[in-house]
Write a protein that binds this ligand. Structure first.
Ligand code: SF4
Ligand code: SF4
Length: 397
């Protein structure tokens, strides 16, 4: 959230590696500026859910999930400050092999153990009405979230094919229980509406703090099969929109191109106005623009195109031909079928034709949610821009 002054503070801290002391020191400097956990969580007996990004099972070194060192630093800091009811959990992108097993394989369960943080129940969920939602009026939320009082969001900076980047706001999607996430993609099939739903989710369950692991970010074919990119930063804020705007500056992406930023601001989740964001970096106050000038990684591989969002107004009638498409590399495909099972549509928008090995898309049905690309365990699916989009949009190569 923004402060009473209407301004948001984002702490951008050097964190060159995942060493225990390095991360603890980086986090402590932001917390001290914020007045400590006590300023955010006055009741020490409350049940606190620490929410990492656990998209799928992956070695932490691949930068698919929140690094256990960052998660551990948050647990340690809470425990040291006297908070004893700590839980963690995330609903992964696919139901297999289950939230608990994924947390184990990503190193999160082991990182939680020394601080007594226990796995929250993500094996079931129930409806949570949200009549004040602008886009979404209810959610199916994991039981473990509903049984906690507060959330601390520990997200990861990665590319995302639907929203361009996933950061603080998008990470909260993991509190939606299991397969209901797929149903959300069907109900909110384009990037703007999906971002509107995410904004409502952030309003319904506002975390008290957002900590972003941008020590190693992910570029390219994210959020699962991209390439690790070292940025060496930790970002901390109580305002998820402002934090995501600053994260955009780090990767030299225009924040206005990220639907979650605008929709989050419109819904009152936070501010996307650079003039109202103070970035504190090493004791110095910067604007998001200055962050981009000083640290922005123009080589960071993230989608910067504009053609498929209707910006090329005179060509709007061609929009179906400008839309990005998921494509399968037959040489990498091992015919596991995960992509078909991950498609939220019924009937599916991709299927394996009889006698064939590799799934084939029905692009007329496909809503471009990119769940298939996100969940392919073998990096065989990438998202391609069309030739026409490349011809009309100078941002695309
Ligand atoms: S998930 Fe990937 S590897 Fe498996 S069938 Fe689909 S494209 Fe092939
Ligand atoms: S085929 Fe892939 S991108 Fe298309 S609707 Fe299904 S999961 Fe989404």
């Amino acid at each position: 959230m923004t402060g009473q002054s209407g301004r948001a503070a984002v702490y951008l801290i050097d964190c060159p590696d995942y060493g225990e002391e390095t991360v603890a020191k980086a986090l402590a400097s932001a917390l001290s500026a914020l007045g400590g956990w006590e300023a955010l969580l006055p009741e020490k007996a409350e049940r606190i859910l620490i929410k990492p990004n656990l998209l799928t099972r992956a070695d932490p070194e691949r930068a698919v999930t929140t690094h256990p060192a960052v998660f551990s630093a948050v647990c340690a800091s809470l425990k040291r400050a006297g908070y004893g009811n700590l839980f963690f959990g995330d609903s992964p992108g696919a139901p297999y092999p289950g939230a608990e097993r994924i947390a184990e394989e990503c190193g999160i369960t082991a990182a939680a153990a020394p601080f007594g943080a226990v796995q929250a129940d993500f094996s079931g969920g129930r409806e949570y009405p949200f009549p004040g939602g602008r886009t979404a009026k209810s959610f199916i939320i994991a039981n473990g979230v509903l049984s906690c009082d507060r959330i601390v969001n520990v997200c990861k900076l990665k590319t995302h094919m639907l929203e361009r980047m996933t950061g603080a706001q998008k990470n909260l999607f993991g509190i939606v229980y299991g397969l209901n996430k797929g149903a959300c993609h069907v109900k909110y099939p384009n990037a703007a509406d999906f971002a509107g739903m995410l904004a409502d989710l952030n309003r319904a369950f506002p975390p008290v703090l957002h900590v972003m692991d941008a020590v190693d970010a992910m570029e390219g074919n994210g959020p699962h099969n991209g390439t690790k990119k070292h940025l060496g930063k930790l970002l901390v804020s109580t305002d998820p929109v402002a934090l995501d705007v600053v994260a955009c500056s780090l990767i030299a992406l225009d924040p206005a191109l990220v639907p979650t930023n605008r929709r989050g601001a419109m819904a009152g989740v936070g501010t996307d106005d650079p003039a109202r964001i103070d970035v504190w970096a090493g004791g110095e106050r910067l604007t998001p623009g200055e962050v981009r000038e000083r640290y922005g990684d123009a080589a960071f591989d993230v989608y910067r195109g504009k053609a498929d969002r209707g910006n090329v107004r005179q060509l709007r009638f061609l929009s179906p031909l400008l839309k990005k498409r998921p494509r399968i590399d037959p040489d990498r495909c091992v015919s596991c079928g995960v992509c078909v099972r991950s498609c939220p549509l019924e009937p599916k928008a991709l299927a394996v034709p009889e006698g064939k090995r590799v799934p084939v898309y029905d692009y007329k049905r496909c809503i471009r949610c990119f769940c298939c690309q996100e969940m392919c365990p073998h990096g065989a699916i990438s998202v391609k821009t069309t030739l026409l989009a490349r011809l009309v949009d100078r941002n695309l190569k």
